[in-house]
Ligand binder design. Structure first.
Ligand code: GLA
Length: 402
């Protein structure tokens, strides 16, 4: 008997097959609609992490006012894990985390905070602890059972793995776990994650590791604050609610930056709509460090719901103007002096997208003072390695251009 093949009759089945075998492709976890804020152990403590450090940091997050200022995630970076058991389950260091990770996460949650952890898309982490490669679904289930709310996923020991494919497996595993978990990609910008990671993670590191310095002379010395700025400038179109460029965690309060430099570092991270992960010992910070990390008006710039990453609109040698469009029609403007002596820097209305004739109120966000209604431009003297941040708002009766 002759069998006839009808392509048309087969179509619905092919469609069904396509639906059932379709990968879970978009991230769409609804998280990080504004840049995530929190604390991460790495910059200050490296591998010296413990149950006590995390509990006391969670306590300090509340007592210092950081929680009220918006900091939310307490994240343990590398070195919490030591091995895998006979069933492949990841094993936390029993000496450093004697009560286990779930009890620790419960404690962090009891403070009204969220809990984060770290792993790696390769076979081992950057400190050669077990990585997630091949264990993604098992680990994601475990993290969800422990109550993890945030996963930072590194890129060491990845051999010939493809970054997008590797990170997508963990995205799908987290989704399958059923728990909302912010997914933070950490492949240092090496395969241009801004081009592909919007559908994979909520944030992606855009650069190598930050060092606790204003500037570094050689690549081998790591990236200072200004080297990072130069690397993220130009990536602004890739950021937005739910998907952010990450210029790395803050070094504010770690000793390598003067207070003026730390203010400039924090200012520019806010202009960049960067994730704000404090990286210092928040249990013993100076009043100046606390004042920087909790400046509510700067944080409001970072957390502006429009989610636009600011950009450098002018560079005259060491003097720079950065601008970020805000949801109320205003602009946050940073006047940045990378030079060695104080200098006057001005911003003109036209370079921030306003007509020259527009009357706008100008507020200085570090002094907390309104400096008046101005037309056309505004100038300020900016200290060496410092930044002045302004909130410029068309005065009532004037309409801004975009
Ligand atoms: C990499 C990351 C850092 C930190 C360390 C931990 O270098 O970029 O942020 O997580 O690994 O080993």
């Amino acid at each position: 008997m002759k069998t006839t093949f009808s392509f048309r009759a087969t179509l619905p089945f092919l469609g069904l097959l396509a639906l059932t075998t379709q990968p879970l492709c978009a991230l769409d976890n609804g998280l990080a609609r504004t840049p995530p804020m929190g604390w991460n152990s790495w910059n200050k403590f490296g591998c010296n992490v413990s149950d006590d450090l995390i509990r006391s940091t969670a306590d300090a997050m509340v007592s210092s006012g950081l929680k009220d200022a918006g900091y939310e995630y307490v994240v343990i970076d590398d070195c919490w894990q030591v091995s895998r058991d006979d069933h492949g389950n990841i094993v936390p260091d029993p000496q450093r985390f004697p009560s286990g990770i779930k009890a620790l996460a419960d404690y962090v949650h009891s403070k009204g905070l969220k809990f984060g952890i770290y792993s790696d898309a390769g076979t081992g982490t950057c400190q050669n602890r077990p990585g997630g490669r091949g264990y993604e679904f098992q680990d994601a289930r475990q993290y969800a059972d422990w109550g993890v709310d945030y996963l930072k996923y590194d890129w060491c020991n990845h051999s010939t793995q493809n970054s997008e494919a590797s990170y997508s497996i963990m995205r799908d595993a987290l989704k399958k776990s059923g728990r909302p978990i912010v997914f933070s990609l950490c492949e240092w910008g090496s395969t241009k994650p801004w081009l592909w990671a919007k559908d994979v993670g909520n944030l992606w590191r855009a650069t190598g590791d930050i060092t606790d310095k204003w500037s570094t002379a050689r690549k081998d010395d790591g990236l200072g604050v200004v080297q990072i700025l130069d690397q993220v400038d130009g990536l602004e179109s890739y950021a937005g609610p739910g998907h952010w460029n990450d210029p790395d965690m803050l070094e504010v309060g770690n000793g390598g930056l003067s207070d003026t430099e730390a203010r400039a570092h924090f200012s520019l991270w806010c202009i960049l709509a960067a994730p704000l992960m404090a990286g210092n010992d928040i249990r013993s910070m100076s009043a100046a460090t606390k004042a920087i990390l909790t400046n509510k008006e700067l944080i409001a710039v970072d957390q502006d719901p429009l989610g636009i990453q600011g950009r450098r609109v002018r560079r005259d040698g060491d003097l720079e103007v950065w601008s970020k469009q805000l949801s109320d029609g205003g602009r946050a403007v940073a006047l940045l002096n990378r030079g060695e002596s104080p200098s006057k820097i001005s911003v003109s209305w036209t370079e921030i997208g306003y007509p020259e004739s527009l009357s706008s109120s100008v507020r200085d966000l570090w002094s907390g003072k309104n400096v008046g209604v101005k037309k056309g431009s505004y100038s300020a003297t900016v200290p060496s390695h410092g930044a002045v941040v302004l909130r410029i708002m068309p005065a009532s009766g004037s309409t801004p251009t975009s």
